[in-house]
Design a protein around this ligand. Structure first.
Ligand code: LLP
Length: 425
């Protein structure tokens, strides 16, 4: 079931017309579908609930970096989500919506002392530790606070996730995690870390993975470590498989979260351990779009440009990762398919920023749009707004959350004064 569909050739998000929404909120605007977010989260939650006999306990930790809007965090919290965070800023957001710190795991290779202190004081579930130096510092910080820091070691299993190099994280040349043999040695040195309690093990080998093989291989590696430690008398309470499952942006056919979890569970069924996962993109990616307006059309000798009001600062994925996002018109042509075919031209959809890298889509077949027409950049809910910036002193765009035939603005469009907040001439 799709929640972005055409009704009478007009694109809707659930039961809200995007044309009407643009009239009220303006453009560019990120628009999210609450029904889609809910369905995606439940896909994870339901499989795990239905496998209680294999996996007595579980926690689906939404990866906040994918989309940190408070309305989305609140919705997911109310559905029972925990959270995967990578900064104190993300923890601050989670706490703002009433998220339970006991459902928060803290990843990242560069946690500062200040961040450790903040998270320890808030009593989070676990620090996913990524180096020996980090472990030593965390031990000291916890000791000072007279606390025990709960720790999972993030293992780097040296497995190729077969995705874009910038979002591969589980290869030995990546900065993430600790090689398996070193991790094993650290767990066995627990007596040196009197203010650390080792409770888990985790890994996250990459993002937008379209095949289960590398994920299952890493799960098998983690299982081996757990069994090895058990033999040595060290008992690990939870296994965190990270996130990373891919979504269809165009014609990709990734496994569903259901297929993914069923395979993971069958690898782990005799382990009887708490299972954590950290999905981001699969929850929010296809639950959001970027609504934008055509400003100009421009024909040069070799190209047909559509210049729109959103740009690489609003959605950086196309230029940073060569990512493909489908672009749909909000008002579909009422021509017959044959006439429409004739009107189709190959266009580059670009923004107003002063760089040739400022594009949202290249060489797309579209019925030639006119100034003021509305377009939609699809699959933009994950790593869209959360990676946006004020480059070229462009105010960050509005965000709206749709539910049924209603929507609310869940982030106001920035005003000019927001651009200079905290600055002094
Ligand atoms: N856990 C950890 C430790 C992570 O580093 C990430 C993402 C996730 C979970 C969530 O992964 P997901 O399920 O969303 O694939 N900006 C890039 C993606 C960066 C992913 C970084 N880590 C993009 O736009 O494709």
């Amino acid at each position: 079931m799709h929640y972005f569909t055409y009704k009478n050739n007009h694109l809707f998000c659930e039961d809200v017309s995007l044309e009407a929404l643009a009239q009220k909120v303006g453009t560019p605007t990120y628009v999210y579908s609450q029904a889609t977010l809910t369905r995606h989260f439940k896909a994870y939650q339901d499989v795990l609930k239905n496998h209680r006999h294999d996996m007595p306990n579980h926690l689906v930790c939404f990866s906040v970096k994918a989309n940190s809007n408070l309305a989305i965090l609140k919705l997911l919290k109310n559905l029972g989500a925990g959270f995967d965070i990578v900064s104190q800023g993300e923890l601050y957001r989670v706490l703002k919506v009433g998220g339970n710190p006991k459902h928060v795991v803290f990843s990242g290779v560069g946690k500062t002392q200040e961040e450790m202190t903040y998270a320890l004081k808030k009593n989070i579930l676990c620090f996913n530790v990524e180096s020996e130096q980090e472990l030593i510092l965390l031990n000291q910080v916890a000791k000072k606070l007279k606390k025990k820091a709960p720790v999972s070691i993030r293992v780097n299993p040296d497995i190729d996730p077969k995705t874009h190099p910038y979002i591969s994280t589980g290869l030995k040349e990546n900065k993430f995690g600790i090689p398996i043999q070193e991790a094993l040695a650290l767990y066995q040195r627990s007596s040196e870390f009197s203010s650390i309690q080792f409770i888990g093990i985790d890994c996250h080998i990459g993002s937008q993975m379209l095949s289960l093989d590398p994920i299952l291989e890493s799960v098998r590696e983690l299982k081996k470590v757990i069994l090895d430690l058990k033999q040595k008398g060290i008992h690990i309470q939870h296994l965190n498989i990270g996130g990373g499952l891919g979504i269809p942006y165009s014609k990709e056919t990734p496994p569903s979260p259901q297929e993914y979890l069923k395979d993971v569970l069958s690898e782990l069924k005799d382990l009887k351990i708490k299972l954590l996962c950290e999905p981001g993109r699969t929850i929010v990616g296809n639950a959001g779009i970027l609504l934008t307006k055509v400003l100009y059309t421009k024909k040069t000798a070799s190209k047909n440009f559509i210049i729109v009001d959103s740009a690489m600062n609003d959605l950086i994925r196309p230029t940073l990762y060569d990512a493909h996002h489908e672009v749909w018109p909000v008002q579909r042509s009422i021509d017959t398919p044959r006439v429409e075919q004739r009107r189709m031209t190959s266009v580059d959809i670009v923004g107003p920023i002063c760089e040739s890298g400022d594009f949202l889509a290249k060489d797309r077949k579209l019925a030639q749009p006119q100034p003021s027409d509305l377009l939609v950049v699809m699959s933009a809910g994950a790593y869209g707004f959360s990676m946006s910036s004020n480059y070229n002193s462009r105010p960050r765009v509005a965000e709206a959350l749709v539910s049924g035939n209603k929507f609310k603005i869940c982030r106001k469009r920035e005003a000019l004064k927001d651009l200079i907040r905290g600055e002094k001439p």
